[in-house]
Design a protein around this ligand. Structure first.
Ligand code: HEC
Length: 109
């Protein structure tokens, strides 16, 4: 794995270590907010690359009309060549990504 030495990659590694200690089970021990800050925030907290910003109620209301499953699937697969596959989170399981998307939606009400 070729991980660039960016702060977010360092955080991602720290989280990976922490979660593997706890059996890496998605869900209970996964800190969606911390992971969002470490990986997704670079785009979704700033609107970089025309990302839908977390906190933009209308934007996320419209996106949620596709259904949560579609939003999660588009996170996993990437979207339109500008939303990167898995949001660049190298150690997120599908369940982790779902938890982050739920966190993002929850923060955009
Ligand atoms: C490099 C910038 C970038 C990063 C990093 C990023 N995103 Fe995105 N994301 C985008 C852009 C741009 C779009 C809008 C794509 C479009 O609508 O064409 C998007 C769209 C989305 C959507 C909406 C999908 C839909 O169907 O409308 C979700 C959900 C999402 N991102 C989740 C995440 C999560 C979770 C992470 C972190 C694990 C993440 N993104 C990291 C740029 C990014």
């Amino acid at each position: 794995m070729n991980i660039p030495k960016t702060p977010s990659a360092v955080l991602a590694c720290a989280a990976l270590l922490a979660s593997s200690n706890m059996l890496a089970a998605a869900g209970e021990n996964f800190d969606a907010e911390a992971k969002y800050q470490a990986t997704c925030f670079a785009c979704h907290g700033t609107g970089a690359a025309h990302s839908p910003e977390v906190g933009d109620v209308i934007e996320w209301e419209i996106r949620l009309e596709k259904g949560l499953d579609t939003l999660v699937q588009n996170t996993i697969d990437g979207l339109n060549g500008i939303m990167p596959r898995r949001g660049l989170c190298v150690d997120c399981s599908d369940e982790d990504l779902r938890a982050i998307v739920e966190y993002m939606l929850e923060s955009s009400k």
